[in-house]
Design a protein around this ligand. Sequence first.
Ligand code: AHR
Length: 526
Amino acid sequence: MRRIAAILMLASTLAGTVASPAAAQQTIPGVIHTDQPGPVISRNIQGQFAEHLGSGIYDGIWVGPDSPIPNTRGIRNDVVAALKAVKMPVVRWPGGCFADIYNWRDGIGPRDKRPVRKNDWWGGLETNQFGTHEFFDFAEQTGSDTYVAINMATATPAVMREWLDYITSRDSDTLAQERRANGHAEPFRLGFVGIGNEAWGCGGAQTPEYFSDNYRRFATFFHKNGATFHMHNDNTALRVASGPNNDDTHWMEVVLKNAGPMMDAISLHYYTLWHGDWLQRNSATALNITPAAWNEILYQASRMDGVLRDHEAVMDRIDPTRRIGLFVDEWGTWYAPEPGTEPGHLYQQNTLRDALVAAETFNIFHAHAARVRMANIAQAVNVLQAMLLTDGAKMARTPTYYTFAMYVPFQDATFLPVTITAPTLTAESGQFPAFSVSAAKGKDGQIHVAVANADKDHGYHLALDLGTPGLRHVAGQILTAARLDAHNTPGAPEEIAPQAFTGATIGGGKLLLDVPAKSVVVVGVD
Ligand code: AHR
């Protein structure tokens, strides 16, 4: 299976030059290897990230119980409904860089007594109205699993331990009693805990040697149930070590060798940046999406495949049984802030190009499902490549949101390798496949096929051999728009949303897809 996935990527990389209009008329054959099922694609790769940053939490998720904006216990109903609709599987909180300046004690107890702190990372004041209880309420309302990032850089293992006991203890200890006194009798459901965030950067500018020693210290006091023969604790969460930035395989190597046995997963952060350079960030919208900018961003997104392969090579050497998961717990596009907004709030618009980035990235994650078991787009609301944008009582679903909606059938589906050769497109920084195809057998028994066509000029006719007789029905959706920078704005009619896809037919064991330029197509076959 891995070989075929590799062939797919290699073929995509090596084949051809920029597609000509004539080439666009050709039928491109491919095979969906329904007889070679691969790993399960964890639903958690469609995870989210919500940080105390700009309006990511306040206004975006939390408006308070007295707000005229419809809410349940202070949490926006429209945002909850939208995230529930895409079956948000897991949500990471409270940061990011913010996690390492966060004191969990500030966010419990009566809200009118909570301290106000400076948010040194992202600007403004942190009122602590959204704390532990509010976060778990948000997760419960959206039906998501929880991923809490503890403060490793400016707090201690003792602080971590107390927070974990407060969250998970079923006992009659003082911390559990305090949680009960604060209104939650039962322990909260804690799925995952991040130990460290960007420990190489905002998490303390640590070396991998120093971090991995430090991680061992924190992991020792994590007190995970069953971590040692005598450890009986209510904390069953999985431990996630702060992993590398981009392609820093040295970090991966050192941390895994030194601390691998004490972790369940290690994280990776990869952001899609103009020319891969923080200093050159350009705007998400309008005139700045020139043809060159379109290709450059989609090229940078396609680099995720190589980054994952490099890290997996290290992981496979040190952890050949693949016990340790790779969690891409921050990914997405990072543009210049929208004009007129506070730069530290990282508010940016979101266009058809971002929808393609998301689809291209999902197709890559699917091919790496054996190791990539969680990913968290940065971020859920109002920050970076957001799923949702809010403005007062108004809310918009972004094109990225709609890619997530279309990919829901891939949650916990079984990966099916695809062999196909895509033409190559050229960006300023490199070359990338014009389109990618991903297939999986869903829990509903259907075969789901997704195509991310990043080619803004050409459509493609795909003829995919299904190798399974008797498949007769195909239906699906397409996300595309006339303009490259099509986007949705809170309070305005939607410019871009999925439509029924009419370009699919099935017969003779083949799925024929007539995929237009710059589009995301997802179909189900049975
Ligand atoms: O997602 C925004 C920031 O990006 C996070 O706080 C940090 O971890 C990363 O650098």
